[in-house]
Design a binder for this molecule. Structure first.
Ligand code: GLV
Ligand code: MN
Ligand code: MN
Ligand code: MN
Length: 416
């Protein structure tokens, strides 16, 4: 696969959702689900499917598919749970606010190019190959990550999903309807899942373990357990000049303590914790805040460490809120258990790719959600700086082309 081919297709979607970086703007990409860039990307997906003669489909949860149906379906492994099932590959289009170009779209572009490669090689399919674009993987607009795959697998109640709101108070149901979707149909799709034999997600690496490695592509072993919690700190709004320090109930103090406590508890236990989003009311320079709402993201190598971080954090922050005379409430928005990818699929792929490195990740993916139902694997394409969820995310065209070749080899092995 030559890098020119990758670049040509990549150039078609790379500008979509690119944000200005001039004049102090953060730049990067803003591709929120059901907004204009997302709709443009959906149209692009449909066009790509048509261009290749693939059967286009949108499921009840807004996830998109392009199917290459098998010409002569064969039972490959009669003992496998899904002897006739399809091999699905793909990723997501949506981004975090001002995120990178590659997180998500690389998996979809690579899937179309891998199919091109197989078609050019004259491959005959024994199983269908599908390309998927999952909706709202980042939770960048509605807060819950992997929403499309969670809905499909029944991991989130559709009523709860419909009522999720974006920062402007628009519900998912409203956003979806506005974009021509049918939110009443949201919900589990067991028949669709039962038709899958495997899911393979190719993704930009989100660390720099492959920097300096001989291999531009690695295979995932596991995803750390992780979650998001919404925190509300309450106090009393008052004048910043005239309110004596001992008379204040300032939730910003408790919030500031919480940011430091998150890091400290994570460091002690051996995980990571981040407070990356905060909203302040009334948000005035010369008024004590009345309410601070913030989100905690915590991740750890195993469930016990994650619980240890959370328990330590809640106890320290509650104690501090008592001293500050403020209120502190914390509730989970999403929790994702540890994911161990299918070991035989992983080893088969690593062998096929000439002994590609096998690595765990602390990032969440639709592959993690699907892996509870379907044998699933992930390929990571080298990221020279390791930066992700930020404008600096990068991959060379050579490594992306190597990723396509690796994905094509995996699809050939599993479906031909
Ligand atoms: C999603 O990419 C996440 O890991 O937060
Ligand atoms: Mn991401
Ligand atoms: Mn991603
Ligand atoms: Mn992700």
């Amino acid at each position: 696969m030559d890098t020119g081919e990758f670049r040509r297709l990549w150039n078609e979607i790379e500008p979509i959702g690119r944000a200005a970086s001039a004049g102090g703007e953060p730049g990067g990409y803003v591709r929120f689900s059901w907004t204009e860039p997302d709709l443009d990307l959906r149209t692009w997906f449909h066009t790509q499917a048509k261009r290749r003669g693939l059967r286009y489909e949108e499921d009840r949860n807004g996830n998109l598919y392009a199917w290459w149906d098998a010409e002569k379906e064969q039972v490959i492994d009669p003992d496998a749970p899904h002897p006739h099932g399809a091999v699905l590959t793909g990723s997501h289009f949506d981004s975090v606010p001002h995120g990178g170009a590659y997180d998500g779209p690389l998996g979809i572009v690579s899937a179309f190019l891998a199919v091109d490669q197989l078609k050019a090689d004259g491959a005959i399919l024994k199983r269908p190959i599908g390309i998927a674009a999952f909706t709202e993987e980042e939770g960048g607009r509605f807060g819950v990550p992997c929403l499309g795959s969670r809905l499909m697998t029944g991991a989130i109640d559709p009523g709860r999903a419909r009522a999720l709101t974006d920062p402007d108070g628009v519900t998912l149901a409203e956003a979806m309807s506005e974009a021509g979707g049918e939110p009443d149909l949201l919900g589990p799709d067991p028949e669709r899942l039962a038709r899958l034999a495997a899911f393979i997600e190719l993704h930009i690496e989100q660390g720099r373990a492959l920097d300096g490695s001989e291999s531009p592509v690695s295979v995932a072993t596991a995803i750390w357990p992780h979650g998001r919690w919404r925190m509300v700190f309450t106090g009393t709004a008052d004048h910043a000049g005239t309110t004596r320090l001992p008379d204040r109930r300032d939730p910003m103090l408790t919030f500031a303590f919480a940011v430091l406590a998150a890091r400290k508890e994570a460091r002690i236990a051996g995980g990571v914790a981040t407070v990356g989003r905060v909203e302040v009311e009334p948000n005035a320079t010369n008024a004590i805040a009345s309410t601070v709402t913030a989100w905690l993201d915590a991740r750890a190598p195993d469930e016990a460490v994650l619980s240890e971080i959370l328990e330590g954090f809640v106890s320290k922050v509650s104690e501090r809120a008592g001293r500050d005379s403020t209120g502190f409430e914390i509730s989970p928005e999403s929790e994702t258990p540890i994911v161990e990818f299918d070991a035989s699929l992983r080893d088969r792929i690593a062998g096929l790719l000439g002994g590609a490195p096998i690595l765990p990740t602390a990032a969440g993916h639709d592959a993690g959600v699907l892996s509870a139902h379907v044998p699933t694997a992930m390929l990571f394409v080298r990221n020279p700086h390791g930066i992700s969820h930020a404008p600096g995310e990068a991959a060379s065209d050579e490594d992306c082309a190597a990723g396509v070749a690796a994905l094509a080899a995996v699809l050939r092995d599993l479906a031909c």
